[in-house]
Design a protein around this ligand. Structure first.
Ligand code: ATP
Length: 278
């Protein structure tokens, strides 16, 4: 993974699903249609578009959680399948939207954060799992003394920090954030975005950020890919997309961005600790 080669690339990804049509028939429709995307080392690429445009399906194909109907996924220029999928899973981690439904409510935080390290057969750290989990909890701004608590004992923002700790535990090169801050209150959201930025500066993660929220995109993205009806309609760096969008669809999306959202969040963030579940 050197030079300008992408860390993660989707090439001509297509995904068809069948759905029920009228008169009890089923029909095939194309949710993602010939999408190619490249994610480079240390960058944050935001994939944006309205609901149903195919963002999550694209992300799931890129994470190899679902199989493309056509097209390929390459990590560092290579395809990973079969037994080598384990290495892909270590390198490409996903943080999902709803922290509570993506964390097992019956497991303690230590078990949750250490799970990928165990599943992927990583060598036991010199200081043991507990010490490694506590170190990860500190990195994401959680109190390491809470490692024996259950997810329900945390706020929404804290629970998403647990999900982030679990993702970075295996030292991935790519973290796919699928609407990772969408369920959070706006001031909590701003602080989780700040954490993600800090982690990227320290460890050079490449983020693919799936979101319908352009205020979030403006905060975090280096580059933006705009999706509509299963296709990428425009790609550019953040500045270009926000100041000089080329496509009508992008202009319409941008027109809906609440301008003051993050000014409010910044003010609220100083006053409000992450207490309630959001
Ligand atoms: N497993 C599935 N079976 C059938 N249809 C699906 C499946 N997953 C997604 N779809 C359909 O594919 C289309 C794209 O969905 P997708 O979730 O990728 O869009 P999205 O842009 O992420 O939207 P949202 O922001 O609402 O999640 C939608 O019409 C959706 O209903």
């Amino acid at each position: 993974m050197s030079g300008n080669a992408p860390v993660l690339a989707g090439k001509n990804l297509t995904r068809r699903f069948s759905r029920r049509a009228s008169f009890g028939r089923t029909e095939t429709f194309t949710a993602v249609d010939d999408v190619s995307l490249e994610l480079h080392s240390g960058e944050t690429l935001a994939l944006v578009g309205e609901s149903g445009s195919g963002k999550s399906t694209t992300a799931r194909m890129l994470a190899q959680l679902i199989t493309p109907s056509d097209g390929t996924v390459e990590l560092g220029g290579r395809q990973y399948a079969g037994r080598r999928l384990g290495e892909f899973r270590r390198q490409v981690q996903v943080v999902f939207q709803d922290p509570f439904s993506s964390l097992n409510p019956r497991h303690r935080v230590e078990q949750i954060i250490s799970a990928p390290m165990r599943y992927l057969d990583l060598p036991k750290p010199a200081g043991g799992w507990t010490a490694r989990v506590k170190e990860l909890m500190e990195r994401v701004g959680l109190n390491p003394d809470h490692s024996q608590r259950f997810p329900s004992q945390f706020s929404g923002g804290q629970a998403q920090r647990i999900g982030i700790a679990r993702a970075i535990a295996v030292e991935p090169s790519v973290v796919i954030c699928d609407e990772a801050v969408s369920a959070l209150d706006v001031s909590v959201q701003a602080r989780v975005l700040e954490l993600l930025r800090e982690l990227q500066q320290q460890d050079h993660y490449s983020y693919l950020f799936i979101t319908h929220d352009l205020a979030v995109v403006r905060e975090i993205a280096h580059r933006i890919a705009v999706m509509s009806q299963g296709k990428i309609v425009e790609t550019g760096d953040r500045q270009q997309i926000f100041t000089n969008p080329q496509q009508e669809y992008t202009r319409t999306l941008l027109a809906a961005v609440p301008q003051i959202k993050y000014q409010r969040a910044a003010a609220a963030g100083q006053a409000a600790p992450e207490t309630g579940r959001t």
